[in-house]
Design a protein around this ligand. Structure first.
Ligand code: NAD
Length: 285
């Protein structure tokens, strides 16, 4: 298909110009929407898909100048079009606007990566109720809305990839993460249901389940978890986080984006409804 032609030829200048002409006339360049892509895992996935030749829609919070810097650097580095949409993933109306704008600008939504997520760590009896509602909205319900709104665009082109960045917590629980574990288990259920419904349409739905990745989200948890469990920060990293992962190492962002890139290929068309662990062996236990 187009994507493999692009990858094969883009290493030579002649190939690159040939591909650019082919894609601008005969075939449209596919569009990937990555939620929560201003930082961490989502940013790594967005950059990887830009490198693979997708037009990208970035989303997430942050300093507007830094976001613009990221957006224009991605365009310059990879020769694709990159847009930013600031939809708040807890607001269905804003999600609707994100998807319809992506489809208008790029002629479709071909790859949807649901990655935006937050974490709050607290014993359940003290768990702030507004934090519970927010985690369910951002980590779970947003995936329902982005998926619902993207599917008509995918069906139009007869092809689509929905990839939910869930977590090892889609399969296992940890103390003090009631809302997050509930949301991520929910994402696994949504992923499987969409896989059944979309199977006949060449649209796949899969979940990628990272173990601990050293991003802002995890860095913030270290002092909080130390406090909640009455242990040192070093003990949180070694025992609570890496203690679960037989490799004894954090998962790298490139390991996750590499799997996402593979899921977007045609060779991955039979990987559907899979809840894929990338956790150093944590959930093998
Ligand atoms: P991060 O905090 O570095 O990035 C989160 C991204 O989501 C940011 O771009 C942020 O702006 C965005 N975001 C937050 N709230 C949003 C909202 N309401 N609307 C739109 N965007 C919003 O976190 P990360 O570690 O890269 O996490 C990304 C995903 O991976 C999350 O779903 C998380 O649950 C999951 N995950 C992370 C780890 C880990 O160890 N870091 C492990 C398993 C799963």
């Amino acid at each position: 298909g187009t994507m493999s032609l692009f990858r094969f030829t883009k290493s030579t200048p002649l190939g690159a110009s040939l591909v650019k002409r082919c894609m601008s006339t005969a075939e449209r360049r596919r569009c990937a929407v990555v939620t929560g892509s201003t930082s961490g895992i989502g940013r790594g996935i967005a950059e990887r898909l830009a490198r693979a030749g997708y037009n990208v829609v970035l989303n997430g919070f942050g300093n507007p100048e830094q976001i613009e810097e990221l957006r224009s650097a991605m365009e310059n580095d990879h020769g694709v079009d990159v847009r930013y949409h600031g939809a708040d993933m807890s607001k269905p109306a804003e999600i609707k606007d994100l998807i319809s704008e992506a489809a208008t600008v790029f002629g479709g939504v071909d790859v949807l990566v649901n990655n935006a997520g937050i974490q709050v760590v607290s014993p359940i009896e003290d768990f702030p109720e507004d934090a519970y509602e927010k985690i369910i909205a951002i980590n779970l319900s947003s995936c329902f809305y982005t998926t619902k709104y993207s599917i008509p665009h995918m069906k139009k082109h007869g092809w689509g990839r929905i990839i939910n960045i869930a977590s090892a917590h889609a399969k296992r629980a940890s103390k003090f993460k009631s809302a997050y574990v509930a949301a991520k288990h929910g994402v696994a259920g949504l992923t499987k249901t969409v896989a059944l419904e979309m199977g006949p349409h060449s649209i796949t739905s899969n979940a990628v389940c990272p173990g601990y990745v050293l991003t802002e989200l995890v860095e913030k948890q270290i002092p909080i978890t130390a406090e909640a469990r009455g242990i040192t920060e070093e003990e949180v990293v070694q025992n609570v986080m890496l203690g679960n992962q037989p490799t004894g190492e954090f998962v790298g962002i490139e390991e996750l984006s590499g799997l996402v890139e593979f899921l977007c290929t045609n060779e991955a068309r039979s990987v559907n409804g899979a809840i894929l662990s990338v956790d150093g062996g944590w959930t093998a236990q």
